[in-house]
Write a protein that binds this ligand. Structure first.
Ligand code: HEM
Length: 478
């Protein structure tokens, strides 16, 4: 039973920080700086609006909080998501919220919003908590000091949670059908390249892809249709799950409801948008905690004081303020969505005094805003107390936006926060994790923030006094 992380006082530079970049030999640094992070010049972390030009035209990276508010909220109609972005999601995952715009998007969002409001999300809590406990039992069955890939573990956990939240008792079969579709979608998006932007051949490739994906998702479509028909005639026992809510949802203005095909598209979208992001958040949280003994010790102290070994329940969320701060600060340094979808200016505008001609691609990048030197003191340091009420009161709303903002803000943000806090509380109470020897942690920006080489870690069982005295870990400790 090792408490390695608590004993050491070393504080290595965090992956992706400027110190970590500088500490590497030049060739290694170049390799790491390839892609999204390498292409960001230092000035982007210093200027309110940073502009440039590429073969696709003029672009701007907007970091000034008032200017971000203008793009996402005040003038959001002037900054719609680009057609390409919407079509990309539409082709791969169908007409769910991510693949819709205009009136269609507005209608779906209105119908779906009640299924994600805080009170309704609270009703998914017990299923979420029990799924996390079942997952924990799997860790309990591993040998001491088990080597794991934390990012794979967190992906498995968040997939189970989303399956149970959406389908409850039907999650086994339905979950695996959705996963098949996701896998095909991921293969298809990985195969995307510049040819997709070419005239004639681009739309042709897109149509072919749509056809192949429609073919691949037939078993899922049939199963969803059957499930909806069964629930329509027999109902569903137990607490309402997300699919019940989507079936029952009516638009308050028109009385309109979602069709079976629309429900299917929304479910696939919820899986896509909801599991990899939460898995990324949890994985990066484990990583930063493994590098920072003091916040880890405070987190564990809060868990012992508030839970004392019992399983956390949704009602405990308000009693775990430090766990929440840890997740919030991990999402600042490692936002699961490092960049929001690009927007394009419909008409000329001005942002923080910078002229934005019509057609400019406007980018709001949480990765940059969250590490911006004008917005954060000591931005590269992991300091959960930044999110203590007294230190956050004066912070501009758009200096921190892991879930985006404005009308297209993440619909699942309350669900994601509840899930992350409950998971970290349940798992962190029984386990800590240290990096495996030789682990090479480096961020990789896909649509979500991933790891270039996975996150190999060693699980450490914690020795604490258990309230029930019965848990597997307690017996192991005794
Ligand atoms: C920590 C976890 C999560 C993060 C960091 C996150 C982040 C985001 C961000 C930044 C956006 C806005 C994208 C943009 O404006 O370009 C978004 C949209 C969205 N998210 Fe999340 N998300 C998370 C979890 C979830 C969960 C759990 C669900 C569902 C269960 C979900 C469903 C969605 C949907 C459907 C949209 C599209 C909303 C629309 O366009 O109306 N997300 N998310």
């Amino acid at each position: 039973m090792s408490d390695h992380a608590l004993e050491t006082s070393e504080t290595p530079p965090l992956a992706g920080s400027k110190e970590a970049m500088r500490a590497r030999p030049r060739r290694e640094r170049r390799r790491r700086q390839e892609g999204f992070f390498g292409a960001i010049p230092d000035k982007a972390y210093q200027e309110p609006v940073f502009v440039g030009r590429s073969i696709f035209g003029r672009w701007a990276v907007v970091s000034d909080p008032a200017a971000v508010r203008r793009v996402l909220v005040e003038q959001w109609a002037n900054y719609p998501k680009t057609k390409m972005d919407i079509e990309f999601f539409n082709a791969i995952f169908g007409g769910g919220l991510l693949g819709l715009d205009g009136e269609d998007w507005r209608l779906h969002r209105r119908i779906m919003a009640p299924a994600f409001d805080p009170r309704t999300v609270a009703s998914y809590g017990p299923a979420m908590a029990s799924t996390i406990q079942s997952f924990l039992a799997r860790w309990d069955a591993l040998p001491d000091e088990a080597p794991i890939d934390m990012s794979e573990e967190m992906t498995a956990l968040t997939l189970e949670v989303i399956s149970r939240t959406v389908f409850s008792a039907d999650s086994g079969e339905m979950g695996s059908l959705v996963r098949d579709v996701l896998l095909r979608g991921a293969e298809t998006s990985a195969a995307a390249n510049l040819l997709d932007l070419a005239p004639v051949i681009g739309p042709w490739r897109m149509r072919r892809r749509k056809r192949e994906l429609a073919e691949a998702s037939r078993p899922l479509d049939a199963a969803i249709e059957k499930l909806l028909a069964e629930r329509e005639s027999r109902g569903h026992e137990g607490p309402k799950d997300l699919i019940d809510r989507l079936m029952a949802a009516r638009d308050a203005e028109t009385g309109g409801r979602l069709t079976a095909k629309e429900i299917r598209d929304e479910i696939v979208t919820i899986y896509v948008a909801g599991h990899e992001t939460t898995a990324s958040t949890l994985s990066w949280t484990w990583y930063v905690l493994s590098q920072r003994p003091e916040p880890l010790a405070r987190l564990q102290a809060e868990l012992v004081a508030e839970l004392g070994g019992r399983a956390p329940e949704p009602g405990d969320l308000a009693r775990l303020p430090y766990v929440r701060r840890v997740v919030e600060e991990a999402m600042r340094l490692y936002p699961a969505a490092p960049g929001l979808s690009s927007r394009r200016a419909v008409a000329d505008d001005e942002l923080a005094g910078v002229r934005i001609p019509k057609g400019t691609s406007v980018n709001v990048l949480p990765w940059i805003i969250h590490r911006h030197e004008q917005l954060w003191e000591d931005p590269e340091t992991f300091d959960p107390d930044r999110f203590a009420p007294e230190r956050s009161a004066d912070r501009p709303r758009f200096a921190y936006l892991p879930f985006g903002g404005g009308p297209r803000v993440c619909i699942g943000q309350v669900l994601a926060m509840n899930e992350s806090i409950l998971a970290l509380a349940a798992l962190g109470q029984r386990y800590s994790a240290r990096l495996a020897p030789g682990a090479d942690v480096a961020p990789k920006a896909n649509i979500t923030l991933q790891f270039q080489h996975g996150l190999p870690m060693i699980l450490e069982r914690r020795a604490i006094a258990w309230a029930d005295g019965k848990s597997v870990a307690a017996e192991a400790v005794a």
